[in-house]
Design a protein around this ligand. Structure first.
Ligand SMILES: Cc1cc2nc3c(=O)[nH]c(=O)nc-3n(C[C@H](O)[C@H](O)[C@H](O)COP(=O)(O)OP(=O)(O)OC[C@H]3O[C@@H](n4cnc5c(N)ncnc54)[C@H](O)[C@@H]3O)c2cc1C
Length: 521
């Protein structure tokens, strides 16, 4: 006999677990997120949040709160440069300004915000939307059958154990993912790249920043390689160190953790700052830079999301953002199945759609690590870099619930100008007459959009909301001629479109396919 029943249990109450809980609540499904720590993240870790993540937070009413919090810590216009040390020479500019080149493609902007500041906002919103978050609770066993999953929880204060029965489980339990291990799912990729450390510190670097209020400073000198993130005062921040010593081809160079003491850490900090000054080490976190992806994202009724599904080095800022996209893809599908609005086959499309994109992201994060941090260790196995924006808003998904067009060329990513509303891509942003974006129409259910025209009504089949859009570039941007229609999923992905006139039955059939209600799915 189990002690408790929930539609969805989430193991892990950090960035991805909380995002999943928030999204499930938004779709009307209560969930229980269990977290073994006493609260949300204590370390800043993720800092660079991409357009697609911000678009999602906008749909959940969090965009302004997140932006205001970001500005307390970072400049809105920081970039990413490489220096010898903060006091030394500038070596390269990787990103001139965080939002350079994104204008017109999105109603929102990228931000720098620390994960320990973001997570409480996500948690508050998840709770507002009906989720339960239970801290100091460890998920210690899992067992599933045809009807559900039983998870054993241990209260870390009392030691008491209890059983929860859930229809589905999301394992958002991080890169070591005990759930993934229990399910026997392996990882594949580039393996361990370095035994890195992060030094959290206080030191007054304001004068060294001068007018360079950057989001990230890569540091490259004969003693170490890594990067700084400093708040806008220049007084607080962290230094990541990926390698030590001049000859980074030696394996000892990528083991920064070996022989580490606080004194040695202070020495690294002094070198990276480039001048002596009073400095205080607040904490030192050891971690492994890896670039690996899970072999599968699903085992029966259990789904892997976030670092449990893919681990990447921080270069490029993909780790947390990719996990947020996992949650975005998965949550509406779980909600639709739990609410009886979709066939169970819809859940299988999570892996079909996400796995190739997660693998792409792992390869691209590896490319950024290999070329920016340790080019001397060889870059032959690094694929050519894909521009960040294509990985943020230009990804292409394929699955049986996406009705691809004949001209699909199999590409996994496209530049924004080529994003013409084709099925499997994020429905493009167009400003509407009331200053909302087309993206503001998405997020809650299926949406049918049609360009305004003389013979167009706003008809949509049951289960979808219809909008006739008369904004000037809409028809062109969405690749629709008069009478055409596009069907957009709750995660803002185009499921189907008819470029030319589309009738009632055609739209209804597309919707049934997108909800996996066709008998063959
Ligand atoms: C230095 C650094 C910089 C980074 N910068 C960026 C960046 O700029 N942008 C970006 O997108 N990403 C960045 N990342 C990566 C980002 O921090 C991670 O991808 C992100 O934290 C993953 O979130 P998650 O929720 O999947 O996993 P985690 O944050 O690891 O959370 C997993 C949670 O599950 C809990 N848990 C595990 N097992 C159990 C269990 N059995 N029962 C209960 N709870 C359990 C853990 O306690 C933990 O809280 C960075 C990482 C580092 C180290």
């Amino acid at each position: 006999m189990t002690d408790e029943e929930v539609p969805v249990l989430i193991v892990g109450g950090s960035l991805v677990g909380l995002t999943t809980a928030m999204l499930l609540g938004h779709h009307g499904v209560p969930s229980l997120a269990v977290e073994r720590h006493a609260g949300t993240a204590i370390h800043p870790r993720a800092g660079h949040f991409q357009l697609r993540t911000m678009e999602l937070l906008r749909q959940l009413g969090l965009e302004e709160r997140v932006r205001a919090k970001s500005l307390e810590t970072y400049s809105a216009t920081g970039g990413i440069i490489a220096v010898e040390s903060l006091a030394g020479r500038e070596l390269a500019t990787y990103v001139k300004e965080l939002n350079e080149g994104v204008e017109g493609f999105s109603p929102t902007l990228r931000v720098f915000i620390n994960q320990d500041v973001l997570e409480p906002l996500l948690q508050d919103r998840a709770l507002e939307l009906g989720a339960t978050v239970r801290t100091r609770t460890n998920a210690i066993a899992i067992d599933q059958d045809a009807d559900g999953v039983t998870v054993t929880l241990r209260d870390l204060d009392s030691g008491d154990e209890s059983e929860v029965r859930a229809r589905y489980v999301v394992a958002a339990d991080g890169n070591r993912s005990p759930m993934r291990t229990r399910l026997g799912i392996g990882m594949r990729g580039y393996g361990e790249l370095s035994r890195s450390i992060t030094i959290y510190f206080r030191a007054d670097c304001a004068d060294l920043l001068r007018d360079r209020n950057q989001g990230v400073f890569y540091v490259h000198n004969p003693e170490l390689r890594g990067f700084f993130r400093l708040d806008r005062t220049g007084g607080n921040g962290f230094l990541v160190i990926n390698t030590v010593g001049e000859d980074v081809t030696q394996d000892s160079a990528v083991d920064v953790q070996a022989g580490l003491t606080e004194e040695r850490a202070l020495g690294f900090l002094r070198t990276a700052i480039g001048t002596d000054m009073p400095m205080e080490v607040v904490d030192i976190a050891p971690w492994r830079a890896e670039a690996n992806c899970a072999e599968r994202l699903q085992a029966g009724r259990v789904f892997l999301a976030g670092d449990a599904a893919h681990v990447v080095p921080p270069n490029g800022g993909f780790g947390g953002n990719t996990g947020v996209q996992d949650a975005h893809n998965l949550a509406w599908k779980l909600a639709a199945v739990v609410n009886g609005d979709a066939g169970p086959g819809l859940l299988d499309t999570y892996e079909t759609e996400r796995l190739p994109l997660c693998e792409l992201t792992v390869r691209q994060a590896y490319t950024r690590y290999a070329t920016r941090v340790v080019p001397e260790r060889g870059t032959e196995d690094a694929e050519p870099p894909v521009p960040d924006i294509e990985l943020e808003i230009g990804l292409v998904m394929r699955s049986p619930v996406i009705l691809s067009e004949d001209r699909d060329n199999g590409m996994l990513h496209l530049p924004p100008p080529a994003l013409d509303g084709r099925p499997g891509t994020r429905a493009p942003h167009v400003w509407l007459a009331d200053d909302r974006s087309t993206l503001d129409l998405f997020g809650s259910g299926f949406v049918v959009l049609r360009p305004a025209g003389p013979d167009v009504d706003d008809w949509a089949p049951p289960g979808a909301t219809a909008h006739v859009v008369d904004a000037e570039p809409f028809a062109d941007t969405y690749g629709l001629a008069a009478g055409g229609a596009t069907l957009v999923r709750p995660d803002g992905v185009v499921a189907w479109r008819a470029c030319g006139p589309a009738g009632r039955d055609e739209i209804a059939r597309a919707l049934a396919t997108a909800r996996a209600l066709n008998p063959e799915l």
